[in-house]
Design a protein around this ligand. Structure first.
Ligand SMILES: [Zn+2]
Length: 239
């Protein structure tokens, strides 16, 4: 144990200390997302006791959305957008409302939990933007674009559904052709993050090429080659 005056949190200004703690809380949640622990990440961001420390009230949306058992995968984006529409960061009230989905008798599909937890991270990032006096986290004045740019910088595995909200995909990709593209416009040699079938997220893959006949993307890591459908793969910018 070392006792340095500089590292004594009691010596910091309270607001600076609060910002630092909030940043730390957000980073902890990011780590859970990056390791594919979506349910744990959801609990982390929904914890009212942790939120209270930053002067934030975090509450679930009082309405309960129920999905049928064995929801067809193509319906996941619609359900995710519903959660996004009903989740809020209320600046004035210092409140975060987090919507969720339940599925009686069945756990939620991991793909849906992934979508939901990106929305929770988004609301907390809006809170962080606010705590920093509205200073962008990743240099974009539009707060919705800024949160996505921040997540890309932090190598959070994103989904096409998340990127398609608020026109993020179109705003972020023309200037940054190396990021967040899934589909035929994919660029060879771009670093990629892939989600394995067991939910594990792996970095350090590279895009080889898009195969239009199967709709899959070929990715390589060392001498390994694998095919992934675009939704299992996210191109990530180098910081
Ligand atoms: Zn937002």
């Amino acid at each position: 144990m070392s006792s340095s005056i500089d590292s004594d949190p009691g010596k910091l200004f309270p607001e600076q200390q609060k910002t630092g703690e909030l940043e730390e809380f957000v980073l902890q949640g990011e780590e859970l997302i990056k390791t594919g622990k979506y349910s744990e990440a959801k609990r982390h961001f929904k914890n009212p006791e942790r939120a209270k420390k930053f002067g934030i009230e975090v509450e679930p949306d009082p309405r309960e959305f129920i999905i049928p058992k064995d929801l067809e995968p193509h319906k996941i984006p619609r359900v995710a957008n519903e959660v996004a529409c009903n989740s809020w960061h209320m600046r004035q009230e210092k409140r975060i409302i987090l919507s969720d989905i339940s599925c009686p008798g069945q756990v939620l599909p991991e793909k849906l939990n992934h979508e939901i937890v990106l929305i929770y991270l988004e609301e907390w990032l809006h809170c962080l933007q606010d705590q920093k006096g509205g200073v962008p986290l990743a240099g974009y004045n539009d707060s919705e674009i800024d949160v996505a740019a921040y997540m890309i910088k932090h190598r959070i595995p994103l989904t096409p559904t998340f990127l398609n909200r608020y026109g993020r995909y179109h705003i972020l990709t023309p200037h940054r052709p190396d990021i967040a593209s899934t589909g035929p416009d994919i660029k060879s040699g771009t670093p990629a993050t892939v989600t394995r079938s067991n939910g594990k997220v792996e970095n350090d893959w590279h895009i080889e090429r898009y195969d239009p006949t199967t709709g899959n993307v070929l990715v390589t890591k060392g001498n390994l080659t694998k095919r992934y459908p675009p939704e299992k793969l996210y191109q990530i910018a180098r910081p």
